[in-house]
Design a protein around this ligand. Structure first.
Ligand code: ADP
Ligand code: MG
Length: 436
């Protein structure tokens, strides 16, 4: 009875990159080409791996396919339709686990379901199901700090699977867990994917581990660097379950190894573009009011003062002053040679602005120089009135700033963004939208 329906619903491609190129604009205005002319199709019921050296653009390509980044060239299609924003079929498992430390396992899963608009009554059952599926039954009330790396990544998987995605994206998901745990997690992911009790159709994984992709993938997309291009796609038709030590796998590993070294060696000599931007800078948790206060203080003292003087004059805790100074420096409002804090031209310009609107505009300009805010603003613009939910921002933050206190960082980002009218935040629906 369901047969004809199922056949009808099936398309040949789930997700497709067509002639996708991407360039990042660097702060000095230069463009950094990262992806060039990428054609890639993800079909139903397959595991596709992106394999390539660090920095070749694997994560960028995955983010483009997920709709987190709009490519500067080419198109991304989901079920043959252009994607206006986030890819609705995708859930992502992050390398950094991206768990909220103040929430239990169950709460970590529930919050993602709530963010996706799942009715509250349905959430407990879905949490329960997802937690069991990844083998964490009994750990519902544990906190992330009580879990091993492997168990944390199981929570990450439960979160992604709980929304019953059609596509599961995993960005180097096992690189933070020990080798033995990684082996069993890989096998479990394949088991979960093979089971037919869900909508999960295909997996896209990023890896720089040849053995891992030989074990997991049906197709291995080998990328070359500077800029990222598809070197070749290797089909892997070995039957499952696979054995890391089987001669067939070892032969495939050798073959992939030859492709990578053979094709990458010439590139190693080529100058690698160092952007210094691989890491997003953490946002110091300083409210805009305190940053403005510091600028006004400096202005009143002729434009500069010694750090220790500021601490004693303002009767603030030393750490607090440092945080505010760091924030002002990040925004290019001050410079900090030796133990001095100097008002920079941008700081003067901000203070001398005639109207609150001009101040907002300068603040916004400074924010957009920061990669975190410019990327976030891009995503918010693309989503338009539909908005970007806070859970999504938290996940992205956790991906880039795994060591920071996510809740505090998020709150600061909201304050800074609102202060410059970069976006609006609706606390009730936890949605970020473009300014009116
Ligand atoms: P991989 O995942 O293969 O290690 P990435 O996709 O993370 O590679 O990065 C590819 C290149 O793009 C790197 O040189 C990186 O520094 C650069 N890059 C990534 N994101 C940005 C960004 N937002 N702005 C500028 N450069 C970026
Ligand atoms: Mg990466």
């Amino acid at each position: 009875m369901t047969e004809p329906m199922a056949v009808q619903a099936e398309t040949d491609t789930l997700c497709e990159a067509r002639k996708v190129s991407h360039e990042f604009r660097l702060p000095n205005g230069q463009m950094l080409p990262v992806l060039e002319d990428i054609d890639l199709t993800i079909r139903p019921n397959e595991v596709v791996a992106l394999l390539g050296p660090s920095g070749c653009g694997k994560s960028t390509l995955m983010r483009v396919l997920a709709g987190l980044i709009a490519p500067t060239g080419g198109q991304v299609l989901y079920h043959d339709e252009p994607m206006p924003g986030l890819n609705p079929g995708v859930a992502i498992v992050f390398q950094s686990f991206a768990l909220y430390p103040w929430m239990t396992v169950a709460e970590n899963v529930a919050t993602v379901l709530a963010a996706r608009g799942i009715p509250g009554d349905d959430i407990p059952a879905r949490v329960d199901h997802a937690v069991r599926r990844v083998g964490l039954g009994g750990f519902e009330d544990a906190y992330p700090r009580e879990l091993s790396g492997g168990m944390k990544q199981r929570v990450g998987m439960a979160r992604a699977l709980s929304v019953d995605p059609e596509l599961l994206f995993m960005d180097e998901p096992f690189s933070q867990v020990d080798a033995l745990t990684a082996e069993s997690l890989r096998a479990e992911v394949i088991d979960i994917w093979s089971a037919k009790d869900h909508h999960l159709s295909s997996i896209l994984m990023v890896s720089h581990d040849i053995k891992e992709v030989a074990y997991m993938a049906d197709r291995i997309v080998v990328l070359g660097a500077n800029p990222g291009v598809v070197r070749t796609i290797v089909e892997n038709k070995l039957p499952r379950p696979r054995d890391y030590r089987s001669p067939e796998i070892l032969r495939l590993v050798d073959q992939l190894h030859d492709i990578i070294t053979g094709s990458e060696m010439p590139d190693v000599a080529a100058p690698t573009v160092s952007t210094g931007l691989d890491v997003i800078e953490p946002v110091p948790d300083a409210p805009p009011g305190e940053i403005v206060g510091l600028l006004e203080y400096l202005d009143a003292r002729g434009g500069s003062d010694e750090l220790f003087r500021i601490v004693s004059d303002t009767r603030k805790e030393f750490g607090r002053v440092i945080t505010v100074v760091k924030a002002a420096e990040m925004l290019d409002f001050v410079d900090t040679p030796k133990r001095m804090v100097l008002l920079e031209p941008e700081g003067h310009r901000f203070l001398k602005a005639g109207t609150p609107e001009t101040r907002k505009a300068i603040w916004r300009e400074r924010l957009l120089k920061l990669r975190l805010f410019s990327e976030l603003s891009g995503v918010i613009q693309r989503q338009g009135r539909e908005g970007v939910d806070s859970g999504f921002v938290m996940e992205t933050l956790a991906l880039s700033l795994p060591d920071e206190n996510l809740e505090r960082t998020f709150a600061t980002i909201i304050e800074w963004g609102r202060f410059g009218d970069l976006f609006e935040y609706d606390e009730v629906h936890e949605l970020l939208t473009p300014p009116e």
